[in-house]
Write a protein that binds this ligand. Structure first.
Ligand code: A3P
Length: 345
């Protein structure tokens, strides 16, 4: 008898325990999503025509769940049709600059419920072989999204590749173009560090940065070195301006995106005519990484991969001074054209 009562009691405790755990899990998930779903300020009609300015709450669930599966190619045709999902050409492209913080910018923008990122760099416009496959090939590389969402892709090689502005213009002459820049010398060193790491991985030796950046014959800055050339932002931008007016570009301060990402992201939301949805809650500083990481909700957080935020090698100060002096006039021109001034030396 006593044994039977004990078994009954155990059973009741088990049911109660399961209920408590279930409720707790529900609350955790709910609080997380609610936090993201509450509009922080009213949508003031900048998002699109009436009726299209609300992001269905489903969108978020899709971004974390089904949509993710669909992106991996696990969706059936029926599911895609049922959920009205489409693969859309990008409405905005992060065209560069390499090592400017392009991945961080894309991932952070993807926190916005109306933005769906193309995870991989597609290299459609800068790679002749890909470009020859045609625009449908490009569209099919895009993630699934709802029609009112916008797709964003990033391929930093676009900024410096000659043919790209004309090719993008032919696809969509009113597309929005995002350029994230960092202090040019730091960017060049970051660029070098990435290549150096690649060489080291293959057990190869590589020149010192100083040797590549300075021409040993003239002792002047070596403008043939790609890492230097890429940092002459104004030269590249001028090529783009033959096709697009300056209003179609938004310049992101990559140095500020590292230390204070939210205001930079808010400027991008504005530029893309999106309601402000990314908040401080979505970004938390991770002291171990030394960078801001992303918080989707109470459960899902993520930091960028370890290949972002490498330790740079020490560079001779006289070389840094020489490079900064070299970039100075180009920087002034860049400020003048873009209307955005940076405190670069
Ligand atoms: P370093 O590796 O030189 O520090 P890209 O994505 O265009 O290759 O840019 C890489 C740079 O993004 C990194 O350069 C890093 O400084 C910067 N970055 C900006 N925000 C970051 C973040 N939240 N986490 C990691 N790296 C970030």
């Amino acid at each position: 008898m006593l044994f039977k009562q004990q078994a009954l009691l155990r059973q009741k405790l088990f049911v109660l325990g399961s209920l408590a755990i279930g409720s707790l899990l529900y609350l955790v998930a709910r609080v997380g999503s609610l936090d993201r779903l509450q509009p922080l300020c009213p949508i003031d009609g900048r998002f699109g025509p009436r009726g299209q300015d609300e992001i269905p709450l489903r969108a978020l669930q899709f971004k974390r769940g089904l949509l993710h599966e669909f992106r991996k190619g696990n969706a059936t045709k029926e599911q895609i049709r049922l959920h009205n999902l489409v693969q859309q050409l990008p409405k905005a492209i992060i065209i560069g600059v390499r090592k400017g913080g392009t991945r961080a910018l894309l991932e952070m923008l993807n926190l916005h419920p109306a933005v769906v990122k193309a995870s991989q760099e597609i290299h459609f416009f800068d790679n002749d072989e890909n470009y020859a496959k045609g625009i449908e090939w490009y569209r099919k590389k895009m993630p699934f999204s709802y029609p009112h969402q916008i797709t964003i892709e990033k391929s930093p090689a676009y900024f410096i590749t000659e043919e790209v502005p004309e090719r993008i213009y032919k696809m969509n002459s009113s597309i929005k173009l995002l350029i994230i820049v960092r202090e040019p010398t730091t960017r060049a060193i970051s660029d070098y560090t990435q290549v150096l790491e690649g060489k080291e991985r293959k057990n190869k030796t590589y020149y010192k940065f100083e040797k590549l950046a300075i021409d040993p014959n003239t002792c002047e800055v070596n403008t043939k070195y790609k890492a230097v050339r890429t940092s002459i932002y104004t030269k590249h931008l001028e090529r783009w301006l033959k096709y697009f007016p300056i209003e179609q570009f938004h310049i992101v301060d990559g140095d500020r995106l590292i230390t204070e990402p939210l205001p930079e992201l808010q400027l991008v939301e504005k530029f893309l005519n999106l309601p402000p949805r990314i908040s401080q809650y979505n970004l938390y500083f991770n002291a171990t990484r030394g960078f801001y990481c992303l918080r989707f909700n109470i459960v899902f957080n993520k930091c960028l991969a370890g290949s972002k935020g490498r330790i740079h090698p020490e560079v001779d100060t006289s070389v840094i001074t020489k490079l900064r002096k070299f970039f100075h006039p180009f920087n002034q021109k860049f400020y003048q054209i873009t209307g955005r001034t940076f405190s670069w030396p």
